[in-house]
Design a binder for this molecule. Structure first.
Ligand code: PGA
Length: 256
């Protein structure tokens, strides 16, 4: 399976020029035969301009940070999946914890996932516990988030789904506070088990599970190789060209 590295730029950078400059630097990584797929998710307003700068193969892919659950109608300020598809987008982050903290529920996340799939946008579905308790309640919390997010997603559509495991306690911290590769391995097996129970092991083997939360060059290799994930969702480090290109190189050369 190709590795996937998603750059989540959040509310950055401030100008289109800066966004283009970063994208062009990441484009230098894009080569036919790469083992890593790069998906850059800028703020909406930069998305088409960046997609126009892609190389012939369409790389790096450009995605968005949210996708609304309706395609048209009286929804002030929203952007729907078919509009995104029409400007050439194929990926959208859905259910990021920073959106959930603004009130997005599991039900809304599910509606967004279903609407995206129906329009040909691959959802990058974010799940992650807020805290880790010693009783293991976070495991059932995570299971509920995942099951609810994928409610009514068919086996056929599952092949277009990407899961991003992002423990909220590990986002926006120092890399030394990210999850340990060993704990990540347990979580990645756990997530696959939940999916397998619903869809069957064979179907789930092609679903990428990514990790997000304070990823840097320093920890990327262990996270991928020991953590047994198929890629990364990178926030702050994706705004620093040298750091992000380093992460891409590590991912490309990873042994797993
Ligand atoms: P971070 O963000 O890499 O800055 O921790 C990750 C995310 O929120 O997706």
């Amino acid at each position: 399976m190709k590795k996937i590295v998603v750059a989540n730029w959040k509310l950055n950078p401030q100008t289109l020029e800066e966004a283009k400059d970063l994208y062009v630097k990441y484009r230098a990584f894009s080569r036919e035969g790469n083992k890593t797929k790069v998906i850059v998710c800028p703020p909406y307003i930069y998305a088409s301009s960046l997609a126009n700068l892609a190389v012939k193969t369409g790389d790096p892919k450009v995605g968005v940070q949210d996708v609304f659950f309706e395609n048209s109608g009286s929804w002030t300020g929203e952007i729907g999946p078919s509009m995104l598809k029409n400007i050439g987008m194929s990926y959208g982050i859905i259910g990021h914890s920073e959106r959930r903290s603004l009130g997005e529920t599991d039900e809304v996340v599910n509606k967004k996932v279903l609407a995206s799939l129906a329009s040909g946008i691959s959802p990058i579905v974010c799940i992650g516990e807020n805290i880790r308790d010693s009783h293991g309640d976070y495991l059932s919390f995570l299971k509920e988030q995942l099951v609810k997010a994928l409610n009514k997603v068919t086996v056929k559509d599952l092949k277009n789904v990407i899961i991003a495991y992002e423990p909220v306690w590990a986002i926006g911290k120092k890399d030394s506070e990210a999850i340990t590769p060993r704990d990540l391995r347990v979580m990645s097996i756990y997530i696959r088990k939940i999916l397998s129970d619903i869809y069957g092991q064979k179907e789930v083997s092609s679903v990428p599970v990514l990790y997000g939360g304070s990823v840097s060059q320093k920890i990327a290799q262990n996270i991928i190789e020991e953590g047994k994930v198929q890629g990364l969702l990178v926030g702050r480090s994706s705004l620093d060209a040298e750091e992000f290109l380093g992460i891409l190189k590590i991912t490309e050369n990873s042994k797993s």
